[in-house]
Design a protein around this ligand. Structure first.
Ligand SMILES: [Zn+2]
Length: 203
């Protein structure tokens, strides 16, 4: 852990779970899939909760389309929620992926990720009780997973965590029970990344 990382850990302990200001992450949700506003709120709340457990605070701003993007800070990460017809145009090799982070050629950084809403919907049977709430929370988890790629770099999958590469029934159940979080090594690396970004003049 770097010296800045140690200082950050101390700050996090002192703030008793409240993220230090250097850790506040701005996220611009671009909702091309037309996800219902109240469902998106629940998803963002679920994502906020997971990220806060990794010591990361979140400031959300939303845009229904790119037309309103200027309302969001320029340094915000962008989570673009796509409907099926837009996702299909990407012609992805992996049929089961729920999202995709756009990374630089070296795979180290990125600021935009796509989320495939139709695939999230396919994980939950139509007649499942409380389907709407389940979908909202799953969307929140996928949002965090993609933010994880943007902060940690490409790859960095880890089974039985929010960075699991596989999202089947067991993972859905784990997510709904609050059991899919960042692993300790990822929490540490995210803290270091955000501290370094803050020191470089970002926020
Ligand atoms: Zn992934």
């Amino acid at each position: 852990m770097s010296r800045r990382g140690i200082v950050l850990s101390a700050l996090l302990l002192a703030s008793a779970g409240t993220a230090a200001s250097a850790d506040v992450l701005k996220i611009n949700t671009v909702n091309y899939a037309g996800v219902e506003a109240s469902l998106l709120r629940i998803a963002e709340q679920a994502a906020t909760q997971i990220l806060s457990q990794a010591g990361v605070g979140v400031q959300w701003c939303e845009a229904s389309t790119g037309r309103f993007r200027s309302r969001c800070p320029a340094d915000a990460l962008r989570l673009v929620i796509l409907p099926r017809h837009m996702r299909e145009r990407l012609k992805l090799a992996r049929n089961e992926a729920l999202g995709m982070a756009l990374m630089t050629m070296d795979g180290l950084t990125g600021d935009t990720a796509y989320i495939f809403m139709d695939r999230i919907e396919n994980l939950v049977f139509e007649d499942t009780a409380g389907r709407r709430s389940i979908l909202a929370r799953l969307l929140g988890h996928v949002m965090v997973h993609e933010v994880g790629h943007l902060l940690l770099g490409a790859g960095n999958h880890r089974l039985r965590s929010i960075m699991t590469p596989i999202w089947g029934p067991a993972e859905v159940q784990g997510a709904l029970q609050g059991g899919l979080l960042f692993g300790p090594e990822h929490v540490e690396r995210i803290s270091e990344f955000l501290c370094e970004r803050s020191a470089d003049g970002g926020s």
